[in-house]
Ligand binder design. Sequence first.
Ligand code: ADP
Length: 573
Amino acid sequence: MATASAGTAGPHGSLNGWRHWRAWPANVASLWRRSLRFRTILITLALTALAVAIACIWMALAIQNDLFGSRLRQVQGYAQRATTAAQTTLDNAAVQGDGLQIQNLMTAVRTTLAQQASSDIIAAFRIGPPSPNAPQNFTTDPRFESIISDQLRTQVRENGDQQWWQSVALPSIGGTVPGIVVGQQLQVPEVGGYELYLAYDLGDASQTLGFVVGTLWIVGVGLVLLISGIAWFVLRSVTTPIGQAAETSAKLAAGELNVRLPVRGEDELATLGRSFNAMADSIESQIKELADLSLVQQRFVSDVSHELRTPLTTIRLAADMINDQRDEFDPATARAAELLNAQVQRFETLLTDLLEISRYDAGSVQLELEATSLAHLAEDVIASMQQLADQHGTDVRLVAPGGYSPVEMDPRRVRRVVRNLLGNAIEHGEGRPIVVTVDSDQQAVALGVRDYGLGMTPQDVERVFDRFWRADPSRTRTIGGTGLGLSIALGDARLHGGELAVWSELGRGSHFVLTLPRQGTRLTVPSPIPADPGDDSVAAVEALGLTQPIEVARADPARSAADAAQPARGGAK
Ligand code: ADP
């Protein structure tokens, strides 16, 4: 099946879906596809954010390590200094087995530690079995002992001369703070080894780190926004001219040949603009040349047709005269006279069509509008072509559920269109019934000519309105068509603001539908008669019989009151 239509096109709807959040993913996807600027900004934003995030995390980690490392070295230094001072105090003391002296010595050591260690949290635990002379374990904070891990204690106990450390969470007011515990052995004379632990608060370092990380993130986000902003401005300076070029080339493609791109400077965009303008100049001049040539050709066709008219009239008169007297000639001469007459008639038709086409090309066709009933016009045309239909044994029926009320149209031209459509249907209808349908709605009136003859291939349908085109030259012709009929009919339909649509299928026949708007403006709605006739088959039509009128059941609420008042009629015979 193939359908083609020549006429008006419907308007496109615009998309305004940002108000509904559900439509956002689709809108963003469509923006991603359509906008170079949006795509580039989004990619720049994502890549910059990724790079800045990696840089920030790396810097935060590096600063954290450095802060911790330097603080660790510092507290290790403090602890070492304090331990050495305490050990020196212990080593220099002469206690000679006196428990009290040892106890006093330990108190002195505690004071030294408190002064030298730069820490308030100090603890010492005796290594080895309890001894009557040995001073008591001591700690400045009772919670301190539970913080020190067994692992650290074992290390301190087993490697007396080495300093050990461990990260801990130190209890503080309202929670804990990060800290370091440094442990080392202390040798008390005559008593033996003590584990000495000093705790240091890293709260300051952690605060500094928090401040640095916070600053890093603020700077990072600012950097991302700044780079995106810069990318936006830079891109705008590139994409605006590209967008302008795209818009201008679309206008040029749509036929606005005088559009040009503004050219500024010497850069690549200026070169693009200059090349585009040169191309537009060249296209414009070539199209002008072609238009001039076409004008010359139109004038030539028009002039030749006019010039041929006078001699043709004379030839026609002579041919008529000879044809009238053919009974007096011998059979061969009589046949020649008949042929001459037929061909002169064809010549005349061709010349008339050529003149009409050249008038369309020159744009000098004027409609002579008159309120006309399309249904009655169709009836007249069918009656006038009855003889030709009879010659082909074709039954032509009129089914007119609407289209009686008068509509402004040029009756001479519309009659010519209907004659052409009906002539073609009779010519190619294989003697099968032809149904002429007339119907209307509030916006338009339409006339369809349905035949059940040879039909056409989709390729033929594509070309059916082309000038001088005929489907198959071998098809038998009786009314000697010129191949211009349908292109003139299309010109007539368009001149009325209407359309001429065709449906055709090989073996199923054809359906041509002429639709004219009621208001004399352009058609914006579908025709009251669809070109595709659906599944009406030849068999179904033949089953109706030749004398039965075909009722087309239509329920059209839009039909005008005037039309509705008229009875459906069938059979032009
Ligand atoms: P012509 O003067 O040859 O009829 P048209 O422009 O009216 O010129 O038609 C062009 C061609 O379209 C015809 O030659 C014919 O091949 C094809 N055609 C037109 N109407 C029909 C139809 N109803 N069925 C089949 N073919 C058709």
